[in-house]
Design a protein around this ligand. Structure first.
Ligand code: PLP
Length: 927
């Protein structure tokens, strides 16, 4: 059967005016009914109900019996839907109407008229879903889309091309900034210059009650009927109306072919909703006007076409019959806006609009979060914008609730004087947070035609970063059962180096992971899957699995080895989520370690910290403050002096360390699924910390051990692969079988951890006594681990070797799977020759020993102030930023002083020399 275009409809909207039934007479002429009467009167003369039912019945059937009857299959046509479509056409001044499964389905049906090579002109402030669908067509359908500022009809002119422009897509007012587009003037301009172009209007914000764009020259109008038409947020639907027979035929064909018509039950609900459209809208927009007035009076910047301050109020009044019930306002501060939204009670926090209940939202974090922050900023969409969608509740309650929320959030305050209004605005927009100011600044720059990209300087430096691995000194395995573990940093580190590329690619080289190298075209990354985290914002607790999936399935080469896959995913994930301000830096990131990889010594966390730091620096989310002039003789303590003491330790601010730690934890989630956060905390903060897991009546906690003294250890990788899960499961089984024994061991390990923690932090304890106490605790802890059944013969052999004469050292298991490595305390008096002998002996038994200091610095960044920019190296131009100001250099010295690019040497120096080579590159700043 043919799609559901009612053949009786003609392109004559007067047909649907339902003139009053009285006969025409000289005393009383026939009058068309008014809108609310049309809404409430569901009547289709050609579809009389056989029983005279007052409500249209639901024909809940997929098929109809018989041959050649009016209906045969509900995809193609259904009586409930026909009633609804007839009704919609009637109230929309339309000859044809279609009811489909959502507003986006409606747009999809309309866009299917486009073919490759066609051009579309669309607004630059469209609904986010519309943008997404247009983006898809651009990428996959060969369609060109020009986004222009449709609030200025003249800005469309240069893009209207006869034979090329196939469609013009408009919205008025826009959501959420309530910008107005002169539908009538634009339609006339397009018809004159490109008569074949189809003018499409998304009328969702107004509904047919307040605006009927077909009357102003539009060819197709669609609504998300999920909003005002239904009015109750109890269904999803879209409606399409038009007067052109050819377009109606095409769209009817698509709906029948694709099968996205609205279901009978939803048709019934929508029909019921439409009956009250006018009365709902009247109430909603009158309250909206009161809300807009209140906010305006309080001094907020309010966007609402009903206010005299709206720049295009007059245009709106020409094309529409009301101002609608959506408005928005800014507070000058994103955090303040969040507090206001959170403080309302009657206003529900939700996306969408058009419902009988009032809603409040922050578009940048909710409905428009799918538009990347740079685009939002470029479109002048403030991050602190609050949108209000007014419902039908009592206006006094809505105003009271909003006023109370503004007060509670600190946005308004009681007026001190005898002002006629009780409240006044508490803060001025210029007092906004740094972040919202920055976003506004970006938008402003763009509006000024500078382009927001220019705000950010191109990063031409090589950034050299490093982070330590870790060792668990006490408490492994027992930590699973609530016992405190002591973890400390080791001076075996992971190093990361970024090198600028400027060729639109981002690349990685993971030297220790199968020497994996790969470069990506930045613009080819799956950006549509990313939800960026704003500058200063925090990554949500859970990973964005959609992005992880998009990266692994679309960005990674198919033959990538598993470890390189994880590392690349973590790197690209952070790269994409951190990108902001429209800048996608092009650079290479190389990583290598002096740590054994996968031995349980925190290699992945130190990698995560290096990658997170490099990305934060490249995305200019963190920066190393410029060094102030050196304190001059006789003038100590000059303002601004930073003490770069402790070999650079504590030269990196805690704020930066915490930001790196948060991002490294995100990377750890990609690498490990469910990390504890201990490894990345040690890798960032260095030193030692005591960690207790949540549960067992305790809260999870990580406490730094203050005053931890650097100690010498030998770490020996036994190279025996250990399966963490089965070891942990083994302890659990033992605990179930012999609870008393195992619980007793746990208590003993807890007292070892407590004792070690006390000793390590005790400023009074001599170094000698500390070392002998720790040695005893190491032996004791190891014996308990043997009782728990987690040691293995190779470890015992290593232990025996280190304990033998002349070494007499204490060793316990540590590392991968709770015991792939041995950790041996090396007392200060232990001679270098004995140490070398022991290392040689262990190596000859085919183990990998690493001598290390424990408890040293965390994250390190090579000071950028003794590095020139890459471009400076090439052009021998002055170095920016300069050397520490005050240190004068003449041209030749500067030329001589220019170091080589770090890249080549970084990748080729031997693992044993890497640490020393890195140290010699300049002054390192540490956490
Ligand atoms: N157009 C506008 C202006 C909208 O606000 C929305 C939804 O929020 C849509 C279209 C899409 O409608 P739906 O969610 O019913 O698919």
């Amino acid at each position: 059967m043919a799609p559901s275009i009612d053949p009786k409809f003609k392109a004559d909207s007067a047909l649907h005016d339902l003139p009053t039934p009285e006969p025409e007479s000289p005393y009383r002429p026939r009058q068309p009914y008014r809108f609310s009467t049309l809404c409430a009167t569901v009547e289709n003369p050609s579809q009389k109900d056989q029983y005279g039912s007052s409500s249209v019945p639901i024909y809940q059937t997929a098929t109809f019996k018989g041959i050649g009857a009016e209906y045969d299959y509900s995809r193609s046509g259904n009586p409930t839907r026909s009633h609804l479509e007839h009704h919609i056409a009637k109230i929309s001044s339309a000859a044809h109407a279609f009811a489909v499964s959502s507003g986006m389905a409606a747009l999809d049906i309309i866009l299917r008229q486009l073919k490759p090579g066609d051009e579309v002109i669309a607004g630059d402030d469209l609904y986010g879903g519309t943008n997404r669908l247009l983006g898809y067509l651009k990428a996959h359908g060969g369609v060109t889309v020009h986004h222009v500022d449709t609030t200025k009809p003249s800005s469309l002119l240069e893009y209207i091309k006869a034979g090329k422009t196939a469609m013009v897509l408009l919205e008025s007012p826009t959501n959420p900034l309530l910008k107005i587009c002169d539908l009538a003037t634009i339609s006339a301009n397009v018809k004159e210059r490109a008569p074949d172009a189809v003018i499409v209007v998304d009328n969702t914000m107004m509904s047919p009650y307040l605006q009927r764009p077909l009357e102003h020259g539009a060819d197709i109008v669609y609504d998300s009927a999920t909003k005002y038409l239904s009015g109750h947020h109890d269904l999803m639907a879209g409606v399409i109306t038009c007067n052109r027979e050819d377009l109606a035929k095409q769209m009817g064909f698509i709906i029948n072919s694709a099968g996205n018509a609205l279901t009978p039950f939803d048709c019934f609900l929508l029909l019921r909703g439409i009956k009250t459209l006018a009365i709902r809208m009247d109430r909603q927009q009158s309250t909206a006007m009161q809300v807009a007035n209140m906010l305006d009076r309080l001094g907020f910047k309010v966007h609402y076409p009903g206010l005299a301050s709206h720049p295009d109020r007059e245009v709106h009044e020409r094309i529409a019959d009301g101002y609608g019930a959506v408005l928005s306002f800014t507070t000058g501060d994103k955090a303040l806006s969040e507090r206001i939204v959170g403080a309302t009670r009657l206003w529900g926090i939700s996306v969408s609009f058009g419902c009988v209940n009032s809603l409040i939202s922050m578009p940048c974090v909710m409905s428009h979060a799918s538009i990347d922050p740079a685009t939002r900023a470029a479109r002048g969409l403030p991050e602190d914008l609050i949108r209000l969608c007014v419902g039908i509740e009592d206006p006094a309650d809505l105003l009271d609730d909003l006023e109370r929320a503004l007060l509670e959030a600190g946005a308004i305050t009681l007026s001190a004087g005898a002002d006629e209004h009780r409240y006044v605005r508490a803060s001025h927009p210029s007092e906004g947070s740094a972040i919202s100011r920055a976003v506004e600044k970006l938008a402003f720059n763009d509006a000024a035609g500078l382009g927001y990209m220019k705000e950010r300087h191109q990063e031409d430096r090589e950034w050299f970063v490093s982070a330590p691995g870790k060792v668990i000194l006490f408490g492994e395995h027992a930590v699973v059962h609530g016992v405190t573990a002591i973890a400390a940093s080791v001076d075996l580190r992971c190093y990361g180096l970024t090198t600028p590329r400027h060729d639109g690619k981002v690349s990685v080289h993971f030297i220790d992971i199968d020497n994996f190298k790969h470069a990506w075209e930045v613009d080819d990354l799956p950006w549509e899957a990313v939800t960026p985290v704003g500058v200063g914002g925090e990554h949500p607790e859970s990973l964005d699995l959609k992005l992880v999936e998009a990266i692994t399935s679309r960005a990674l080469p198919s033959s990538i080895p598993p470890k390189a896959k994880q590392a690349s995913t973590a790197f690209l994930y952070m790269y994409m989520v951190q990108a902001h301000g429209g800048v996608r830096p092009s650079f290479n990131f190389s990583a290598r370690a002096t740590l054994p990889i996968g031995a349980g010594l925190g290699s992945s966390a130190s990698f995560s910290v290096c990658a997170a730091t490099a990305l934060l620096l490249l995305h200019q989310r963190i920066s190393i403050p410029p060094l102030p002039p050196p304190t001059r003789e006789g003038r100590p303590g000059e303002p601004g002096h930073i003490h770069v003491s402790h070999q650079g330790r504590r030269a990196i601010e805690p704020k930066i360390a915490e930001e790196v730690n948060r991002w490294a934890f995100v990377a750890e989630k990609i690498l490990h699924g469910n990390p504890s956060g201990v490894d990345n905390s040690v890798a960032v903060f260095g030193g030692a910390l005591a960690y207790t897991r949540a549960g067992f009546g305790k809260k999870s906690g990580m406490d730094p051990i203050q005053g931890f003294k650097s100690l010498r250890f030998l770490l020996t990788d036994s190279k025996v692969p250990r399966d963490t899960k089965s070891l942990v499961a083994g302890v659990a089984v033992k605990k179930a079988q012999e609870p008393e024994l195992v619980n007793g061991i746990m208590d003993l390990i807890q007292s070892i951890s407590d004792e070690a923690r006390r000793a390590l932090a005790d400023p009074e304890m001599s170094r000698e006594s500390l070392i002998s106490a720790l040695s005893a605790l190491i032996d004791e802890n190891h014996q308990h681990l043997v009782s728990l059944g987690v040691s293995h013969p190779t470890l015992e052999a290593i232990r025996a070797k280190t304990a033998s004469n002349p070494y007499n050292l204490s060793t316990k298991l540590t590392g991968a799977g709770g015991g792939g490595c041995a950790v041996t305390l090396v007392p200060d008096h232990f001679t270098d020759s004995d140490l070398n002998d022991l290392i040689a002996a262990l190596s000859s038994d085919n183990y990998d020993p690493y001598f290390t200091l424990v408890g040293g610095s965390g994250l390190g960044i090579l000071s950028p102030y003794n590095q020139p920019q890459a471009s400076a190296r090439k052009q021998l131009a002055p170095i920016t930023p300069p050397e520490t100001p005050g240190e004068q250099t003449n041209g030749t010295e500067e030329e001589d002083a220019l170091p080589e690019s770090l890249g080549a040497a970084f990748e080729t120096s031997s693992t044993t020399e890497l640490g020393e080579w890195a140290d010699a590159r300049g002054r390192w700043l540490f956490v």
